[in-house]
Ligand binder design. Sequence first.
Ligand code: SAM
Length: 259
Amino acid sequence: MHQKRQHTENVQVVRSNDGSCTAYSQEYEEHYHSTKDGALNESLNKHVIPALLHVKEKTEITILDICFGLGFNTLATLYYLQINKIKKAVTIISPERDAELVTSLHNFDYPDIFKPFLPVIAAISSKQEYHEDNIHVNVIIGDARTYLKTTTTMFDIVYQDAFSPAVNPALWTREYFSDLTRLMKDDAILTTYSTAFKTRLALHEQQLLVYLNRGKCFRNATVASKQELHKYERVDMHHKISCNPNIEVLRDIHIKNLL
Ligand SMILES: C[S@@+](CC[C@H](N)C(=O)[O-])C[C@H]1O[C@@H](n2cnc3c(N)ncnc32)[C@H](O)[C@@H]1O
């Protein structure tokens, strides 16, 4: 049993299996990361490493981090670039509706490897942005769906890391993925921990190619792209659809309260 400690009114801190702390949301009744895979391990292996390998030739990248939460995906991105001495101009834009959580993050118990990036978290906690040389991070307090509808920014990487479709359906519908796909550059990559057929079907419907992201130290995840990827096993969506002809993707009309 994981011990919990109150962090904000809605959020409790929990230690995950790789030793890093994650949190439990009392509002969504779900953890921010897989406690089995570990928060840091999940962030690196399901999101950051596949995404940064995909853009390794680019000198300038723009990342959409859906949603900021505890900021692991953003911090792990900066960590991975630093330890591998990768020099790139990086802009990270991350919507997040929980303002109280964001302003509390300077007190969060992050893994030691994030220590060099504590000034990033301090800046985000106090003014929701961080700018230094080639690194720009902007946390947009508000609804991610509104951000997607209003921005004209095009992204190289999308970290699709909402709570699960069961508890956070607004960030997994056909209409949501339609907005998201419109903002992906032709050679962009999307990463997600979700392997649910409905999620993959929603990506497939947007003409994205769907791949299995598999590794020894984490449970299966998904990557998707408008263009063919050669390092991953393609999910045969036509076969899966023929085996599950009655399964439909989530749609906005299925959701009572869209937040
Ligand atoms: C699974 S957590 C994200 C974990 C985060 N990527 C990390 O590494 O710590 C999901 C986050 O989405 C936020 N969220 C849920 N629905 C949202 C919405 N419609 N707009 C913006 N943020 C939302 C929640 O407040 C929560 O912080």
